[in-house]
Design a protein around this ligand. Structure first.
Ligand SMILES: Nc1ncnc2c1ncn2[C@@H]1O[C@H](COP(=O)(O)OP(=O)(O)O)[C@@H](O)[C@H]1O
Ligand SMILES: [Mg+2]
Length: 224
């Protein structure tokens, strides 16, 4: 099922030195149940594309749709809260909070109606954090564990779309593969649409579809 559709997206940054054409007519569509890798050199426009998909910014030209509804007809903040989970290279956990509290807080911010404690515990278990560790402060975890906690936080409200910007950029190979394994599972077992920006060939290899970004131009590279 197509969940996100991008048509001819362009985006410019206006700087003192002039306009930077960060995205040029990007067109793509994304389905649930699949893992997408977006690859390309630094500065090619990957993060810009992701911030448009998250509804954090609006394109200069072109259109995005979520389940055939144009973003221009959506409350983008509400859309992001309900349907998007984001993961970054730096995990952005709150250092003064425990693993459990980090996940619970995001549920609270999202006005999650159910039992927040129970949901947070389930999500941490899903990403392989042991129960005995739930009340440890987030800074006391390894990088790989922190990224897994960040994933638990991102998926707690059950968004259909997971956007991950260089999620393994700070991790060694073993932890990278562990994190990517979780992301692949989210797509293949839980029917999420998982979109991963990555520099790592071994991460891109695990994707169902690879999209290449080259100087603001997006190309479908391969489909398995
Ligand atoms: N806030 C900004 N102001 C001006 N230029 C920016 C800004 N953010 C990104 N850019 C420029 O836009 C282009 C695309 O950047 P980005 O989307 O971050 O690429 P990537 O994520 O692939 O490294 C680059 O030329 C970058 O320098
Ligand atoms: Mg980037």
């Amino acid at each position: 099922m197509t969940i996100l559709d991008l048509k001819n997206l362009s985006y410019d940054y206006i700087t003192k030195a002039g306009a930077v054409h960060a995205l040029k007519e990007a067109t793509a569509s994304f389905e649930t149940g699949k893992v997408y890798a977006i690859v390309g050199r630094s500065g090619s426009g990957k993060s810009t594309l992701m911030s448009l998909m998250a509804g954090l910014d609006v394109p200069k030209n072109g259109e995005l749709s979520y389940l055939e509804t144009s973003f221009s007809a959506l409350d983008r903040d509400k859309f992001r809260r309900e349907h998007i989970g984001m993961i970054f290279q730096s995990y952005y956990l709150l250092p003064q909070l425990t693993a459990l509290e980090n996940v619970e807080l995001s549920l609270e911010l999202a006005k999650y109606k159910g039992d927040r404690r129970k949901r947070a515990e389930e999500m941490l278990s899903l990403v392989g954090i042991q129960k005995e560790q739930f009340k440890k402060r987030s800074t006391q975890f390894s990088g790989g564990e922190q990224q897994r906690i960040a994933i638990a936080r991102a998926i707690a409200t059950d968004p259909e779309i997971i956007l991950a910007d260089e999620p393994t950029g700070n991790l060694d190979n073993e932890n990278s593969m562990n994190v990517v394994g979780i992301l692949v599972d989210l797509a293949h077992r839980y029917d999420k649409c998982v979109i991963i920006i990555t520099h790592a060939a071994e991460v891109a290899e695990r994707a169902d579809v690879i999209l290449k970004m080259n100087d603001g131009i997006l190309q479908a590279e391969s489909q398995r």
